[in-house]
Design a protein around this ligand. Sequence first.
Ligand SMILES: Nc1ncnc2c1ncn2[C@@H]1O[C@H](COP(=O)(O)OP(=O)(O)O)[C@@H](O)[C@H]1O
Ligand SMILES: O=C(CO)[C@@H](O)[C@H](O)COP(=O)(O)O
Length: 509
Amino acid sequence: MFLGLDSSTQSLSALVIDPARGEIVREVSVNFGAELPAYHSPSGFIPGGKGGEVHADPRMWMEALDLVFAKLTDGFDLSRITAVACSGQQHGSVYFDATLEQRLATLDAGVPVVDQLSPALTRATAPIWMDTSTGAECAEIAAAAGGNAEVCRLSGSIAIERFTGPQIRRFHKLDPASYEKTAVIHLVSSFVGSVLAGKSIAIDHGDGAGMNLLNLQTLDWDDALLDATAPDLRAKLPPAAASATIAGPVSAYFVEKYGLSGNCQVVLSTGDNPSSLVGMGATAPGTIVISLGTSDTFFAAMENAVTDPQGFGHVFGNPAGGFMSLICFRNGSLAREALRDELGLDWSAFDSAGLAGTPAGNDGKRMLPFYGPEITPRRDFDGPVRNFPADASAPVQVRALLEGQFLNMRLHSLWIGEKAELIRLTGGASQSNGIAQLIADVFQAPVERFAIANGAGLGAALRAAHACGHDLAKLQADFCKPAAGSRLEPDASLAAVYDEALADYRAML
Ligand SMILES: Nc1ncnc2c1ncn2[C@@H]1O[C@H](COP(=O)(O)OP(=O)(O)O)[C@@H](O)[C@H]1O
Ligand SMILES: O=C(CO)[C@@H](O)[C@H](O)COP(=O)(O)O
């Protein structure tokens, strides 16, 4: 059996697969806001950050790791796990002093992980992907590296506020003494994998490409980008390596405390989106994945690494080899939640009121669906912009928000230059039938969903099995199957409605 962990924005989830039976045999999850209230992070991050700062408490992730294993072992024998792999929300970074390695190597099974590792933190909080505070640092990095076109050519993305390099630069500028004391900088994904392995593990090419530091040709940290970012940075970064690399056996901490086998191997971690590419059976070009987690993302395996001249799109490593494109939207589930709560609805009423009770195209009532700063397009919105009165009925508002979100996604994915032939949906909001049908109609493409909405966790478990010799195509054929009757066809009669809506939306932006 193989274990996949996914440390995303709002939860840490774990999923066990049995390839012999082609079945998911266990799924548990820890919701940070609900189950770790002491961190005062209802949506997985510390609210109220100033100047675009969005950080999370890395101690919360450490505590969640013990909690998720405690849940996993309840009635389940973890000695049957052959290997484990992790994924994590992308771009977030965790900073440690030189005692980290010794602490990881000697974790005491009698003491929680958080008590043993938190004294090594050199930055109390971890910037995460929602952070937009590094505009100045992005401009400085671009200038030092020869311009954004060059940063994009080297790393697959222009300098982007949430990416780890600009975040590291900001830390160096704000607190040079703590930067100096920092010996190791991990991504969220490689940090969780390092705790499991009892040593610092490498950063994979999937998540590493979200740092503005990895050279996509050499697949190593790029000296020009390192120099443009912060001093002595190479020495503070783990090496970059292929996603399918086995890092070594699991730490004795997890053997003694939770009954994992001493032979259980830890495979390198990757980002939650690259992991979902694997878990949604989309590692070969042709299928587009839309993930509706905290962020909305749109991604696909790439035939050739094509960069986005406008700077919205990114190129990351595909964990199965080659590259993937990705576009990220910050106003995803949290914007939908904001309107749902404003209108006092639950998800089922949100679906039926908004989508069943209004016509496609919303009779021309449109919304720029942004409750706060947006990544794509990059702008600091104060709230949604409507071409209709703000006190319109609930159904009109819900449809305007959802149509706005997916028109925005269609508009900003045009640079990829290919019409979507098949879309697979994952993430929490993919459970909504109304949203799934709307996506089929806006993109005029069939939409499929799986029985579980955790494509990243499934991808992590599949990667663990693949790194241990299982054939990836066979694993994907067995596990990446749309749920029976889940395929939704687009309504062809709505093509013109959404072409017109797209033109309106573009004009409003
Ligand atoms: N039925 C639903 N309709 C719309 N959104 C939903 C539904 N169920 C869950 N969600 C949304 O899913 C989000 C969590 O998705 P998830 O993929 O677990 O996020 P993450 O991986 O970023 O932690 C929540 O913010 C919630 O708003
Ligand atoms: O910034 C990005 C991708 O570039 C986000 O997609 C994060 O990876 C967060 O993922 P979720 O928690 O929303 O799945």
